[in-house]
Design a protein around this ligand. Structure first.
Ligand code: AMP
Ligand code: GLY
Length: 423
């Protein structure tokens, strides 16, 4: 099979690393890719926003299968255009990607099909939203409707904070993403991420993970794209996974199909495990970054036929096998992230990882033959262990061997699971 992978982050490096192990793979390209991905695939400097250029390249190379990593090209309809050109593609249509692209869309779907989620209202102007907040009281959650790079959500512990967040959205802090606001009940519990494939009819549960969104140790400071993750998430017991499939994923698949937007791709369900059970916080329509890195480490099966089956409606023919071990990844980021940071800082050394570990590249580039950091999140040091405590020790031992002066990381990735394992 000739494969083209779209994307350039740590998630895509993990996907590339795993796809490259497939005996089915004949040729492998990545656009735009990164220096880590270059170990596995030929990098192509395509402008991914130019769908015609992507299709022309795919035709020229007789690509059989395109795997889209990030959400932006999905929301922009790249999967639709590739499929219209007759190219099998992993990733949902533009219409189905609204599950991530519009929080209001997802909440309405939940309401229509009885999927457990926090009670909510949608607003196009500030005053009625404020009135609703005054009626409901705090804590309460204010969300910009559209894609806001993970920054459009305020979990307001006071009414004043909630009212300010409403003004912020309507004053344009998140651009057009904030033109509509969702006000949602605060859900109390432990968060977990659940990953599940669907070809529009069949579901194949993958695995669970927990992310660390805040930049600082002890879950402090501003939100980021994710500073580290581990899999599996202990709160997602077999019984909780079963309930999630039945109460959340299955009604989503059938509801989307019924509404004329069949979903093909990966569901990344952000869940709150409350006293009532699993409730949906949000859907993403692509793998999590850095959750994907720990999932790919734990996946024993060949990834390529699983993704291809998802894209071609034959998911009922494949299975996914997982290592029982825990995997944990530590994100090394540029000092200053998620705020402003220096670019092109030199990375002097990345240690050799053995079988039990792997360093994935995210925001790196080669400049005059030297490896430099170009992004906020730069490297993902990932390791296995018989439990999270062991995976954590191994990941940090390897992290400490990275020589990059402008880098930093959280020192407590996995703390909740480690505390559980100690108890
Ligand atoms: P989101 O961008 O929707 O994932 O929200 C970002 C974060 O805000 C989530 O990971 C949760 O920690 C928190 N959050 C979102 N919605 C709620 C809610 N209804 N109740 C409590 N916390 C929430
Ligand atoms: N790590 C969270 C995300 O990929 O959205």
């Amino acid at each position: 099979m000739k494969v083209l992978l779209i994307g350039s982050g740590g998630r895509e490096h993990a996907l590339a690393w795993k796809i490259a192990q497939s005996p089915l793979l004949e040729e492998f390209y990545a656009a735009p890719g990164n220096p880590g991905i270059a170990d596995h695939a030929t990098l192509v400097s395509l402008n991914v926003e130019d769908h015609a250029a992507v299709i022309a390249f795919a035709k020229e190379k007789a690509i059989d299968f395109v795997v889209i990593g990030p959400e932006a090209p999905l929301v922009a309809g790249l999967a639709d255009d590739l499929r219209a050109a007759g190219i099998a593609t992993f990733g949902p249509s533009k219409a189905a990607a609204q599950l991530e692209g519009s929080k209001g869309f997802t909440k309405d779907l939940c309401a229509r099909y009885d999927i457990p989620t926090g009670a909510y209202q949608r607003f196009k102007t500030a005053e009625p939203a404020k009135q609703y907040v005054r009626e409901q009281g705090a804590p309460i959650v204010i969300k910009a409707d559209g894609l806001a790079a993970g920054k459009g959500v305020t979990v307001a512990m006071t009414e004043t904070e909630a009212l300010a967040a409403i003004d912020e959205c309507f004053d344009g802090a998140f651009g057009s993403a904030g033109a509509e606001v969702v006000v949602e009940a605060f859900l109390d519990g432990e968060e977990a991420s659940f990953f599940c494939l669907s070809d529009g009819k069949t579901a194949l549960a993958l695995a669970t993970a927990q992310d660390h969104k805040r930049v600082g140790d002890g879950d402090t400071g501003p939100n980021t794209g994710g500073m580290g993750a581990y899999s599996p998430a202990p709160v997602m017991t077999a019984a909780m996974v079963e309930r999630t499939m039945k109460e959340i994923i299955e009604p989503t698949i059938s509801g989307m199909a019924k509404d004329g937007n069949p979903f093909s791709g990966v569901f990344f369900a952000g869940l709150m495990i409350t006293a009532k059970g699993p409730e949906l916080i949000e859907y993403n329509v692509r793998f999590g970054d850095p959750e994907c890195q720990v999932l790919m480490m734990r996946l024993k099966s060949d990834l390529l036929p699983i993704l291809y089956a998802t894209a071609t409606g034959t998911l009922d023919k494949v299975e996914a096998e997982w290592r029982d071990d825990a995997a944990l990844t530590v994100v090394l980021a540029s000092k200053g992230y998620p705020g402003a940071y220096d670019k092109n800082t030199p990375i002097a050394h990345i240690p050799d990882a053995r079988e039990e570990a792997k360093v994935f590249h995210a925001g790196t580039a080669l400049k005059d033959g030297r490896l430099v950091a170009t992004g906020g999140r730069v490297l993902n040091v990932t390791a296995f262990g018989k439990n999270v405590t062991e995976a954590q020790a191994r990941a940090y031992a390897l992290t400490d061997k990275v020589e990059w002066e402008n880098g930093f990381c959280r020192r407590d990735i996995g703390w909740q699971a480690v505390a559980r394992e100690k108890a």
